[in-house]
Design a protein around this ligand. Structure first.
Ligand SMILES: *[C@@H]1O[C@H](CO)[C@@H](O)[C@H](O)[C@H]1NC(C)=O
Ligand SMILES: *[C@@H]1O[C@H](CO)[C@@H](O)[C@H](O)[C@H]1NC(C)=O
Ligand SMILES: *[C@@H]1O[C@H](CO)[C@@H](O)[C@H](O)[C@H]1NC(C)=O
Ligand SMILES: *[C@@H]1O[C@H](CO)[C@@H](O)[C@H](O)[C@H]1NC(C)=O
Length: 487
């Protein structure tokens, strides 16, 4: 019956249109989310509240300046942020829990946001109408090693086919002269390195002994709330590979006696989730048990190697916004320069920020790798800051507890700098991140060869620092020698 059919279709359309008009009229809902909801009627969303983290930070800023105990600083800071978040999120959390089924959600105090999986149009409209909500948009996800990158930099990125025998023994460790530092009695003991990546193969022979332990708040998986660290095979064990150059034993890591803790931000399809990144940053600022409860800020790591960056063109506003909070935490954040070079300004945020150290990569002949990101960074600042081994770096491989391999990319270079920082902190735990960054820059060695003479930001490439290699190759021996021992 054509007429009947027609009217029922019309009826449905009217219904949908009616619901959608409310959504469309709300300027709180992003255009992209509206578009997705028109197609699918459910979406994964991020809700941002009007009260911003800077307000909590401003209230406690002068108080935390007078405190030297880092655990106490982190507690004051996170309590204040959490208080603001709970207040603004109360009604929304109630809405989420009022239906027949509660959708999966993450409440985040660091950014004062909530992410919700599978939110309906109806729920989105209700939330968008709340006075305390400033924005509702789709959850941000990104793929870091894109198809385009791996084709373009086939020769340099991804797993290397080079036989391990060709690599100089202890390459990475020997290039930074970390082995010389061990002889001075500094191997990272007492220092905790945090890893935000795809996970870690806990049982690997060179990693299992230095895990801080699940009872000691060493692992958080914001998606699955799993109890013990694990890594995803599909991603070539990115986290397991990258943690090695920082803390693995057996001549792989720069600070083999440092302990590690980890947090997972990559799903089984290699997709990085912004809400998990924020959840992991929170976990590192003030660790919790594996279910996200009972926080204890004095278990925060001293150094965090961050395995993620914002790919070119991605909006990094949220991250920029919380950077003052990360700086106030007094934790050392290390980032890679990214693999988006060559070319001026290819250094990826947040490594491009003035507050953080960005690390580029060189091959084993000390030639800058072509894909290592270049400066200038934010405000014309010199970037990268330093260089470390970034091609055919020896790693622990995820495939078994005794598997080793080599891997390439600036992802392998930054954990080495995290390792060097662990050695410096063992000598003097009172060093602040700006003091450490200054020493790293001033003690780097200018022996990295460029393969491109392009000048960026008016800084000649024959000058040090420049926007391709920064201050040069990071040197653990020089850096530790420049640190005044506490005792
Ligand atoms: C929402 O996120 C989940 C988990 O990451 C994913 O499986 C699902 O496909 C996403 N849904 C939409 C509509 O994007
Ligand atoms: C650069 O310096 C490091 C540390 O002294 C050294 O191991 C390496 O061989 C040097 N590279 C070149 C090309 O001279
Ligand atoms: C918090 O962690 C520290 C360091 O591990 C520990 O000494 C302290 O007892 C813990 N506090 C609580 C309340 O569990
Ligand atoms: C260290 O950070 C870089 C990027 O900043 C990342 O690619 C690498 O995977 C990280 N390693 C670990 C173990 O987190």
């Amino acid at each position: 019956m054509p007429t009947l059919q027609y009217s029922s279709v019309l009826f449905k359309c009217l219904l949908v249109l009616h619901i959608l008009t409310i959504a469309v009229r709300s300027e709180v809902i992003s255009a992209k989310l509206k578009e997705s909801l028109e197609k699918k009627s459910v979406a994964n969303i991020t809700i941002t509240f009007k009260t911003r983290p800077s307000e909590a930070l401003n209230r406690v800023a002068s108080k935390i300046k007078t405190i030297t105990n880092r655990g106490t600083i982190l507690e004051i800071l996170s309590d204040e942020l959490e208080r603001d978040a709970l207040k603004s999120q109360k009604t929304t959390l109630g809405l989420l829990q009022s239906g027949k089924t509660t959708p999966k959600f993450l409440s985040l105090w660091l950014t004062n946001q909530i992410s919700v999986q599978g939110a309906s149009i109806d729920l989105v409209n209700k939330i968008a109408s709340l006075d305390e909500v400033s924005r509702v948009e789709e959850c941000r996800t990104f793929v870091l090693y894109t198809e385009k990158d791996s084709v373009k930099f086939e020769e340099y990125e991804g797993r290397a086919e080079l036989p391990i025998a060709l690599i100089p023994p202890g390459y990475g460790v020997s290039r930074t002269q970390a082995d010389e530092v061990w002889k001075l009695g500094y191997d990272g003991s007492g220092i905790v390195v945090g890893i935000i990546d795809s996970g870690v193969r806990l049982t690997h022979d060179v990693l299992r002994e230095t895990y801080v332990g699940t009872d000691n708040y060493g692992w958080f998986d914001p998606d699955q709330l799993s109890k013990y660290p694990y890594d995803i095979m599909i991603y070539e064990g990115h986290g397991t590979a990258c943690i090695g150059p920082a803390v693995a034993s057996n001549g792989i890591g720069i600070a083999p006696a440092a302990k590690w803790m980890a947090c997972k931000v990559v799903d089984a399809d290699k997709v990085w989730h912004q809400d998990w990144i924020i959840a992991c940053l929170q976990f590192m600022l003030c660790p919790t048990d594996h279910q996200g409860n009972n926080k204890n800020c004095s278990k925060a790591p001293h150094v965090i190697n961050n395995s993620w960056y914002y790919p070119a063109g991605e909006d990094d506003a949220v991250l920029r916004e919380i950077t003052p909070v990360l700086v106030a935490s007094q934790i050392n954040f290390v980032f890679c320069a990214g693999n988006q070079g060559p070319g001026c300004g290819t250094v990826a945020p947040p490594g491009s920020y003035k507050e953080f150290i960005a690390v580029g990569g060189a091959d084993f002949k000390d030639i800058l790798t072509p894909s290592s990101g270049w400066g200038p960074g934010e405000g014309g600042m010199i970037k990268p800051d330093v260089i470390a081994a970034g091609k055919y770096v020896p790693i622990a491989h995820v495939s078994s507890d005794y598997a080793y391999s080599t891997e390439s990319g600036t992802s392998l270079a930054s954990p080495q700098v995290a390792g060097v920082i662990a050695l410096m902190l063992q000598k003097n735990p009172t060093l602040t991140p700006p003091e450490i960054n200054k020493i790293l820059r001033n003690t780097a060695i200018n022996n990295v060869t460029l393969n491109n003479q392009d000048e960026c930001g008016g800084v000649p490439v024959d000058k040090i620092p420049n926007h391709q290699i920064g201050y040069g190759y990071v040197n653990a021996l020089n850096a530790v020698n420049a640190v005044t021992a506490l005792h």
